[in-house]
Design a protein around this ligand. Sequence first.
Ligand code: AMP
Ligand code: GLY
Length: 417
Amino acid sequence: MKVLLIGGGGREHALGWRIADSPLVDELLLTDPIPGLPGRVVAGDPVEVAAAEGVGLVVVGPEKPLAEGLVDRLAERGVPALGPTAAAARLESSKAFAKAFMDRHGIPTARWSVHADPAEARAAAEALLAEGGGVVIKADGLAGGKGVVVADHAADAIDAIDEALLDGRFGEAGRRVIVEERLRGPELSVIALCDGRRAVPLLPCRDHKRRFDEDRGPNTGGMGAICPVPGVTPGLVERVRARVLQPVVDGMAAEGHPFRGVLYAGLILTTAGPRVLEFNVRFGDPECQPLMMMLDEDPVPWFLAAAAGELPERTPRWRPGAACCVVMVDGDYPGPVAGGAPIEGVPEPTGDARVFFAGARLSGDPPRLLTAGGRVLGAVARGADLAEARRRAYALVEGIRFAGAAWRTDIGAGGAA
Ligand code: AMP
Ligand code: GLY
Protein backbone atom coordinates (compact mmCIF):
# COMPACT_ATOMS: atom_id res chain seq x y z
CA MET A 1 0.00 0.00 0.00
CA LYS A 2 1.07 3.59 -0.60
CA VAL A 3 0.60 6.09 2.23
CA LEU A 4 0.63 9.84 1.66
CA LEU A 5 1.76 11.92 4.64
CA ILE A 6 0.74 15.59 4.74
CA GLY A 7 3.05 18.02 6.54
CA GLY A 8 6.74 18.52 7.16
CA GLY A 9 7.41 19.02 10.87
CA GLY A 10 8.68 16.93 13.77
CA ARG A 11 5.27 15.31 14.25
CA GLU A 12 5.27 14.20 10.63
CA HIS A 13 8.86 12.92 10.89
CA ALA A 14 7.81 10.70 13.81
CA LEU A 15 4.65 9.52 12.03
CA GLY A 16 6.56 8.94 8.80
CA TRP A 17 9.25 6.92 10.59
CA ARG A 18 6.66 4.47 11.93
CA ILE A 19 4.60 4.42 8.71
CA ALA A 20 7.65 3.72 6.53
CA ASP A 21 8.57 0.85 8.88
CA SER A 22 5.16 -0.81 8.56
CA PRO A 23 5.11 -4.12 6.67
CA LEU A 24 1.80 -2.96 5.16
CA VAL A 25 3.44 0.02 3.46
CA ASP A 26 5.31 -0.29 0.15
CA GLU A 27 5.95 3.38 -0.34
CA LEU A 28 5.67 6.55 1.70
CA LEU A 29 4.75 9.68 -0.26
CA LEU A 30 5.52 13.05 1.28
CA THR A 31 4.23 16.55 0.61
CA ASP A 32 7.37 17.99 2.19
CA PRO A 33 10.94 16.69 2.28
CA ILE A 34 11.97 15.69 5.81
CA PRO A 35 15.71 15.13 6.31
CA GLY A 36 16.45 11.47 7.02
CA LEU A 37 12.92 10.23 6.27
CA PRO A 38 12.77 7.78 3.37
CA GLY A 39 9.94 8.74 1.07
CA ARG A 40 9.12 10.20 -2.32
CA VAL A 41 8.25 13.87 -2.32
CA VAL A 42 5.22 14.58 -4.51
CA ALA A 43 4.16 17.97 -5.83
CA GLY A 44 0.68 19.27 -6.54
CA ASP A 45 -2.79 18.96 -5.04
CA PRO A 46 -2.67 16.08 -2.53
CA VAL A 47 -6.15 14.93 -3.60
CA GLU A 48 -5.09 14.58 -7.23
CA VAL A 49 -1.82 12.92 -6.19
CA ALA A 50 -3.60 10.45 -3.92
CA ALA A 51 -6.12 9.52 -6.62
CA ALA A 52 -3.52 9.23 -9.39
CA GLU A 53 -1.11 7.18 -7.26
CA GLY A 54 -3.76 4.83 -5.86
CA VAL A 55 -2.90 5.84 -2.30
CA GLY A 56 -4.45 3.53 0.32
CA LEU A 57 -4.27 5.97 3.24
CA VAL A 58 -3.62 9.68 3.69
CA VAL A 59 -2.30 10.72 7.11
CA VAL A 60 -2.82 14.41 7.77
CA GLY A 61 -0.38 15.92 10.27
CA PRO A 62 -1.34 19.62 10.64
CA GLU A 63 -4.69 21.23 11.36
CA LYS A 64 -4.84 23.70 8.48
CA PRO A 65 -5.57 21.26 5.63
CA LEU A 66 -8.18 19.59 7.86
CA ALA A 67 -9.92 22.92 8.51
CA GLU A 68 -9.78 23.60 4.76
CA GLY A 69 -11.63 20.38 3.93
CA LEU A 70 -8.86 18.13 2.62
CA VAL A 71 -10.49 15.02 4.10
CA ASP A 72 -13.88 15.95 2.60
CA ARG A 73 -12.26 16.20 -0.83
CA LEU A 74 -10.40 12.91 -0.38
CA ALA A 75 -13.66 11.21 0.64
CA GLU A 76 -15.30 12.38 -2.61
CA ARG A 77 -12.55 10.50 -4.45
CA GLY A 78 -12.85 7.43 -2.22
CA VAL A 79 -9.43 7.85 -0.59
CA PRO A 80 -9.30 6.83 3.12
CA ALA A 81 -7.75 9.45 5.39
CA LEU A 82 -6.79 9.79 9.04
CA GLY A 83 -8.38 13.08 10.00
CA PRO A 84 -11.78 14.72 10.44
CA THR A 85 -13.91 16.54 7.88
CA ALA A 86 -13.86 20.36 7.92
CA ALA A 87 -17.14 20.40 9.87
CA ALA A 88 -15.70 18.11 12.55
CA ALA A 89 -12.39 20.00 12.52
CA ARG A 90 -14.24 23.08 13.84
CA LEU A 91 -13.49 21.65 17.29
CA GLU A 92 -10.03 23.13 16.70
CA SER A 93 -10.54 25.74 13.99
CA SER A 94 -13.16 27.69 15.97
CA LYS A 95 -12.74 28.00 19.71
CA ALA A 96 -16.23 29.56 19.84
CA PHE A 97 -17.67 26.43 18.17
CA ALA A 98 -15.72 24.19 20.57
CA LYS A 99 -16.88 26.06 23.67
CA ALA A 100 -20.54 26.09 22.61
CA PHE A 101 -20.29 22.39 21.67
CA MET A 102 -18.91 21.58 25.12
CA ASP A 103 -21.74 23.48 26.76
CA ARG A 104 -24.32 21.66 24.61
CA HIS A 105 -22.92 18.28 25.62
CA GLY A 106 -22.02 18.86 29.26
CA ILE A 107 -18.27 18.58 28.71
CA PRO A 108 -16.39 20.36 31.54
CA THR A 109 -14.52 23.50 30.49
CA ALA A 110 -13.67 26.99 31.77
CA ARG A 111 -16.54 29.53 31.85
CA TRP A 112 -16.39 31.68 28.74
CA SER A 113 -17.92 34.25 26.45
CA VAL A 114 -17.18 35.26 22.85
CA HIS A 115 -16.95 38.84 21.57
CA ALA A 116 -16.37 40.79 18.38
CA ASP A 117 -16.88 44.10 20.18
CA PRO A 118 -13.83 45.34 22.18
CA ALA A 119 -15.89 47.15 24.84
CA GLU A 120 -17.96 44.03 25.54
CA ALA A 121 -14.82 41.88 25.65
CA ARG A 122 -13.21 44.30 28.13
CA ALA A 123 -16.29 44.26 30.33
CA ALA A 124 -16.34 40.45 30.34
CA ALA A 125 -12.63 40.33 31.24
CA GLU A 126 -13.06 42.86 34.02
CA ALA A 127 -16.00 40.91 35.47
CA LEU A 128 -13.90 37.71 35.61
CA LEU A 129 -10.90 39.59 37.04
CA ALA A 130 -13.13 41.00 39.77
CA GLU A 131 -13.64 37.41 40.96
CA GLY A 132 -9.88 37.36 41.63
CA GLY A 133 -8.92 34.34 39.53
CA GLY A 134 -7.36 35.78 36.37
CA VAL A 135 -8.60 35.68 32.82
CA VAL A 136 -7.51 34.19 29.50
CA ILE A 137 -7.97 35.91 26.14
CA LYS A 138 -7.96 33.70 23.03
CA ALA A 139 -8.24 34.40 19.32
CA ASP A 140 -11.22 32.43 17.98
CA GLY A 141 -9.52 30.89 14.93
CA LEU A 142 -6.27 29.09 14.17
CA ALA A 143 -3.28 31.10 15.42
CA GLY A 144 -0.53 28.48 15.49
CA GLY A 145 -0.66 28.08 19.28
CA LYS A 146 0.23 31.74 19.73
CA GLY A 147 -3.21 33.36 20.04
CA VAL A 148 -3.64 32.87 23.81
CA VAL A 149 -2.81 35.38 26.55
CA VAL A 150 -3.12 34.50 30.24
CA ALA A 151 -3.70 37.79 32.10
CA ASP A 152 -3.73 38.48 35.85
CA HIS A 153 -4.27 42.22 35.40
CA ALA A 154 -6.84 44.26 33.51
CA ALA A 155 -4.12 46.09 31.55
CA ASP A 156 -2.75 42.84 30.07
CA ALA A 157 -6.24 41.59 29.24
CA ILE A 158 -7.16 44.87 27.56
CA ASP A 159 -3.91 44.87 25.54
CA ALA A 160 -4.64 41.34 24.33
CA ILE A 161 -8.23 42.22 23.39
CA ASP A 162 -7.17 45.37 21.56
CA GLU A 163 -4.36 43.61 19.69
CA ALA A 164 -6.78 41.00 18.39
CA LEU A 165 -9.93 43.07 17.78
CA LEU A 166 -8.51 46.52 16.96
CA ASP A 167 -4.98 45.92 15.63
CA GLY A 168 -5.84 42.69 13.78
CA ARG A 169 -2.75 40.93 15.10
CA PHE A 170 -4.19 37.48 14.26
CA GLY A 171 -5.99 38.58 11.09
CA GLU A 172 -9.28 36.81 10.44
CA ALA A 173 -8.52 34.28 13.23
CA GLY A 174 -8.72 37.11 15.78
CA ARG A 175 -11.90 38.80 14.52
CA ARG A 176 -13.61 37.37 17.60
CA VAL A 177 -12.04 36.66 20.97
CA ILE A 178 -12.93 34.22 23.72
CA VAL A 179 -12.74 35.63 27.23
CA GLU A 180 -12.51 32.81 29.73
CA GLU A 181 -11.93 32.05 33.36
CA ARG A 182 -8.32 31.18 34.22
CA LEU A 183 -8.07 27.65 35.58
CA ARG A 184 -5.34 26.42 37.91
CA GLY A 185 -3.69 23.04 38.11
CA PRO A 186 -1.30 20.79 36.20
CA GLU A 187 -1.83 20.44 32.46
CA LEU A 188 -2.39 17.17 30.68
CA SER A 189 -2.91 16.18 27.06
CA VAL A 190 -4.90 13.08 26.20
CA ILE A 191 -4.86 12.16 22.53
CA ALA A 192 -7.32 9.59 21.20
CA LEU A 193 -7.91 7.76 17.95
CA CYS A 194 -11.57 8.08 16.95
CA ASP A 195 -13.61 6.24 14.35
CA GLY A 196 -16.88 8.17 14.46
CA ARG A 197 -18.28 5.90 17.20
CA ARG A 198 -15.52 5.34 19.74
CA ALA A 199 -12.53 7.12 21.20
CA VAL A 200 -9.46 5.06 22.09
CA PRO A 201 -7.11 7.10 24.29
CA LEU A 202 -3.34 6.84 23.81
CA LEU A 203 -0.80 7.27 26.61
CA PRO A 204 -1.28 10.55 28.52
CA CYS A 205 1.21 13.26 27.53
CA ARG A 206 2.47 16.51 28.93
CA ASP A 207 3.52 19.34 26.65
CA HIS A 208 5.67 22.28 27.80
CA LYS A 209 4.27 25.28 25.94
CA ARG A 210 6.12 28.21 27.48
CA ARG A 211 9.39 29.19 25.92
CA PHE A 212 11.57 29.24 29.06
CA ASP A 213 12.28 27.05 32.07
CA GLU A 214 9.77 27.04 34.94
CA ASP A 215 7.01 27.89 32.46
CA ARG A 216 8.16 31.46 31.99
CA GLY A 217 7.99 33.47 28.77
CA PRO A 218 5.62 33.41 25.82
CA ASN A 219 3.53 30.46 24.65
CA THR A 220 5.06 28.47 21.80
CA GLY A 221 4.01 25.53 19.63
CA GLY A 222 5.63 23.30 22.27
CA MET A 223 9.17 23.09 23.68
CA GLY A 224 9.11 19.45 24.72
CA ALA A 225 6.83 16.63 25.81
CA ILE A 226 6.77 13.46 27.85
CA CYS A 227 4.59 10.37 27.92
CA PRO A 228 3.24 8.84 30.04
CA VAL A 229 2.91 11.47 32.79
CA PRO A 230 3.88 10.68 36.39
CA GLY A 231 0.85 10.55 38.68
CA VAL A 232 -1.66 10.20 35.86
CA THR A 233 -3.32 6.89 36.65
CA PRO A 234 -5.25 4.67 34.23
CA GLY A 235 -8.30 5.71 36.26
CA LEU A 236 -7.75 9.36 35.41
CA VAL A 237 -7.32 8.57 31.71
CA GLU A 238 -10.54 6.54 31.87
CA ARG A 239 -12.29 9.51 33.46
CA VAL A 240 -11.09 11.76 30.62
CA ARG A 241 -12.29 9.17 28.11
CA ALA A 242 -15.70 8.83 29.72
CA ARG A 243 -16.32 12.52 30.53
CA VAL A 244 -14.61 14.24 27.62
CA LEU A 245 -13.46 12.12 24.67
CA GLN A 246 -16.44 9.77 24.26
CA PRO A 247 -18.96 12.62 24.79
CA VAL A 248 -17.20 14.53 21.97
CA VAL A 249 -17.50 11.55 19.64
CA ASP A 250 -21.13 10.98 20.67
CA GLY A 251 -21.97 14.69 20.37
CA MET A 252 -20.38 15.09 16.95
CA ALA A 253 -22.20 11.99 15.68
CA ALA A 254 -25.49 13.29 17.09
CA GLU A 255 -24.94 16.63 15.36
CA GLY A 256 -24.34 14.90 12.03
CA HIS A 257 -20.56 15.32 11.86
CA PRO A 258 -19.03 12.02 13.01
CA PHE A 259 -15.50 12.54 14.26
CA ARG A 260 -12.92 10.29 12.65
CA GLY A 261 -9.22 10.84 13.16
CA VAL A 262 -7.11 12.10 16.02
CA LEU A 263 -8.75 14.03 18.84
CA TYR A 264 -6.50 15.86 21.27
CA ALA A 265 -7.92 17.14 24.55
CA GLY A 266 -5.78 19.77 26.26
CA LEU A 267 -6.81 19.67 29.92
CA ILE A 268 -6.16 21.30 33.26
CA LEU A 269 -6.51 19.03 36.26
CA THR A 270 -8.35 21.29 38.69
CA THR A 271 -9.32 20.33 42.22
CA ALA A 272 -12.86 19.88 40.84
CA GLY A 273 -11.68 17.46 38.14
CA PRO A 274 -10.34 17.69 34.56
CA ARG A 275 -11.44 20.73 32.54
CA VAL A 276 -10.92 21.14 28.79
CA LEU A 277 -8.69 24.04 27.68
CA GLU A 278 -8.79 23.22 24.00
CA PHE A 279 -9.33 20.55 21.42
CA ASN A 280 -7.00 19.82 18.56
CA VAL A 281 -8.05 17.53 15.74
CA ARG A 282 -4.63 16.03 15.05
CA PHE A 283 -1.62 14.72 16.90
CA GLY A 284 0.16 17.23 19.11
CA ASP A 285 3.59 18.41 18.05
CA PRO A 286 5.80 17.49 19.97
CA GLU A 287 3.54 15.01 21.85
CA CYS A 288 3.42 12.74 18.80
CA GLN A 289 7.19 12.18 18.91
CA PRO A 290 7.34 10.41 22.32
CA LEU A 291 4.05 8.62 21.54
CA MET A 292 5.51 7.10 18.37
CA MET A 293 8.61 6.11 20.36
CA MET A 294 6.44 4.34 22.98
CA LEU A 295 3.95 2.59 20.68
CA ASP A 296 4.73 -1.14 20.69
CA GLU A 297 2.86 -2.05 17.53
CA ASP A 298 2.40 -0.95 13.95
CA PRO A 299 0.32 2.26 13.90
CA VAL A 300 -0.88 1.78 10.32
CA PRO A 301 -3.65 -0.79 11.10
CA TRP A 302 -4.89 1.61 13.80
CA PHE A 303 -4.93 4.53 11.39
CA LEU A 304 -6.74 2.46 8.75
CA ALA A 305 -9.28 1.27 11.33
CA ALA A 306 -9.97 4.82 12.53
CA ALA A 307 -10.46 5.98 8.93
CA ALA A 308 -12.77 3.04 8.19
CA GLY A 309 -14.91 3.48 11.34
CA GLU A 310 -13.76 0.12 12.74
CA LEU A 311 -11.43 0.65 15.70
CA PRO A 312 -10.92 -2.55 17.69
CA GLU A 313 -12.28 -2.90 21.23
CA ARG A 314 -8.89 -2.65 22.87
CA THR A 315 -6.14 -0.15 23.58
CA PRO A 316 -2.77 -0.18 21.77
CA ARG A 317 0.24 -1.95 23.29
CA TRP A 318 2.93 0.31 24.72
CA ARG A 319 6.60 -0.23 25.45
CA PRO A 320 7.50 -0.08 29.16
CA GLY A 321 8.96 3.03 30.75
CA ALA A 322 8.61 6.54 29.42
CA ALA A 323 9.75 8.79 26.57
CA CYS A 324 10.90 12.40 26.57
CA CYS A 325 11.21 14.85 23.67
CA VAL A 326 13.33 17.98 24.07
CA VAL A 327 12.85 20.55 21.30
CA MET A 328 15.90 22.49 20.17
CA VAL A 329 14.92 25.90 18.83
CA ASP A 330 16.56 28.86 17.18
CA GLY A 331 17.22 31.28 20.06
CA ASP A 332 14.86 33.93 18.63
CA TYR A 333 11.85 31.57 18.58
CA PRO A 334 8.87 32.22 18.91
CA GLY A 335 9.86 35.44 17.17
CA PRO A 336 11.03 35.45 13.54
CA VAL A 337 14.22 33.47 12.86
CA ALA A 338 16.82 33.70 10.12
CA GLY A 339 17.70 30.02 9.58
CA GLY A 340 20.56 28.77 7.39
CA ALA A 341 22.89 27.68 10.22
CA PRO A 342 24.65 24.31 9.77
CA ILE A 343 23.49 21.59 12.18
CA GLU A 344 26.17 19.21 13.43
CA GLY A 345 26.46 16.26 15.78
CA VAL A 346 23.15 14.55 14.96
CA PRO A 347 23.66 10.94 16.11
CA GLU A 348 22.61 7.78 14.28
CA PRO A 349 19.20 6.67 15.58
CA THR A 350 18.93 3.72 17.95
CA GLY A 351 15.88 1.80 19.16
CA ASP A 352 15.60 4.14 22.14
CA ALA A 353 16.92 7.49 20.92
CA ARG A 354 16.41 9.46 17.73
CA VAL A 355 16.08 12.95 16.37
CA PHE A 356 13.04 14.22 14.49
CA PHE A 357 13.53 17.28 12.31
CA ALA A 358 11.11 20.19 12.13
CA GLY A 359 12.75 23.46 10.97
CA ALA A 360 15.68 21.79 9.17
CA ARG A 361 16.49 21.14 5.53
CA LEU A 362 19.16 19.52 3.41
CA SER A 363 20.77 21.94 0.99
CA GLY A 364 23.72 22.05 -1.44
CA ASP A 365 25.96 19.41 -2.99
CA PRO A 366 27.05 17.50 -1.04
CA PRO A 367 23.90 18.17 1.02
CA ARG A 368 24.34 19.90 4.33
CA LEU A 369 21.80 20.01 7.11
CA LEU A 370 20.73 23.61 7.83
CA THR A 371 18.30 25.23 10.23
CA ALA A 372 15.10 26.45 8.55
CA GLY A 373 12.60 27.37 11.25
CA GLY A 374 11.97 28.26 14.88
CA ARG A 375 11.60 24.75 16.21
CA VAL A 376 14.58 23.04 14.57
CA LEU A 377 14.39 19.47 15.87
CA GLY A 378 13.20 17.25 18.69
CA ALA A 379 15.57 14.89 20.49
CA VAL A 380 13.51 11.92 21.68
CA ALA A 381 14.58 9.10 23.97
CA ARG A 382 12.91 6.27 25.83
CA GLY A 383 14.07 4.93 29.18
CA ALA A 384 13.07 2.43 31.83
CA ASP A 385 11.55 5.40 33.63
CA LEU A 386 11.10 9.10 32.99
CA ALA A 387 14.38 10.01 34.71
CA GLU A 388 16.31 7.75 32.33
CA ALA A 389 14.35 8.98 29.30
CA ARG A 390 15.20 12.58 30.26
CA ARG A 391 18.88 11.80 30.74
CA ARG A 392 19.06 10.14 27.35
CA ALA A 393 17.16 12.93 25.57
CA TYR A 394 19.40 15.60 27.09
CA ALA A 395 22.50 13.53 26.19
CA LEU A 396 21.34 13.76 22.55
CA VAL A 397 20.78 17.51 22.86
CA GLU A 398 24.24 18.09 24.37
CA GLY A 399 25.87 16.51 21.30
CA ILE A 400 23.98 18.56 18.68
CA ARG A 401 25.32 21.95 17.68
CA PHE A 402 24.00 24.85 15.60
CA ALA A 403 24.44 28.61 15.89
CA GLY A 404 21.84 30.09 18.25
CA ALA A 405 20.65 26.70 19.56
CA ALA A 406 18.44 26.97 22.64
CA TRP A 407 16.26 24.59 24.62
CA ARG A 408 14.50 24.21 27.93
CA THR A 409 16.41 22.29 30.58
CA ASP A 410 13.35 21.20 32.56
CA ILE A 411 11.30 19.07 30.17
CA GLY A 412 9.69 16.32 32.24
CA ALA A 413 11.17 17.69 35.46
CA GLY A 414 7.86 18.88 36.92
CA GLY A 415 6.20 16.97 39.73
CA ALA A 416 3.46 14.40 39.49
CA ALA A 417 -0.02 15.51 38.36
P1 AMP B 1 -4.86 26.73 24.26
O1 AMP B 1 -4.31 27.04 22.90
O2 AMP B 1 -6.29 27.07 24.42
O3 AMP B 1 -4.50 25.36 24.76
O4 AMP B 1 -4.03 27.64 25.26
C1 AMP B 1 -2.62 27.59 25.29
C2 AMP B 1 -2.15 27.55 26.72
O5 AMP B 1 -2.69 28.66 27.46
C3 AMP B 1 -2.60 26.32 27.49
O6 AMP B 1 -1.77 25.23 27.28
C4 AMP B 1 -2.57 26.83 28.91
O7 AMP B 1 -1.25 26.81 29.40
C5 AMP B 1 -3.00 28.25 28.78
N1 AMP B 1 -4.46 28.36 29.00
C6 AMP B 1 -5.43 28.35 28.07
N2 AMP B 1 -6.65 28.45 28.61
C7 AMP B 1 -6.46 28.56 29.94
C8 AMP B 1 -7.34 28.70 31.06
N3 AMP B 1 -8.67 28.80 30.91
N4 AMP B 1 -6.77 28.77 32.28
C9 AMP B 1 -5.43 28.71 32.43
N5 AMP B 1 -4.55 28.58 31.43
C10 AMP B 1 -5.06 28.50 30.18
N1 GLY C 1 1.84 20.77 21.36
C1 GLY C 1 0.58 21.37 21.27
C2 GLY C 1 -0.05 21.28 19.96
O1 GLY C 1 0.38 20.53 19.10
O2 GLY C 1 -1.03 21.95 19.76
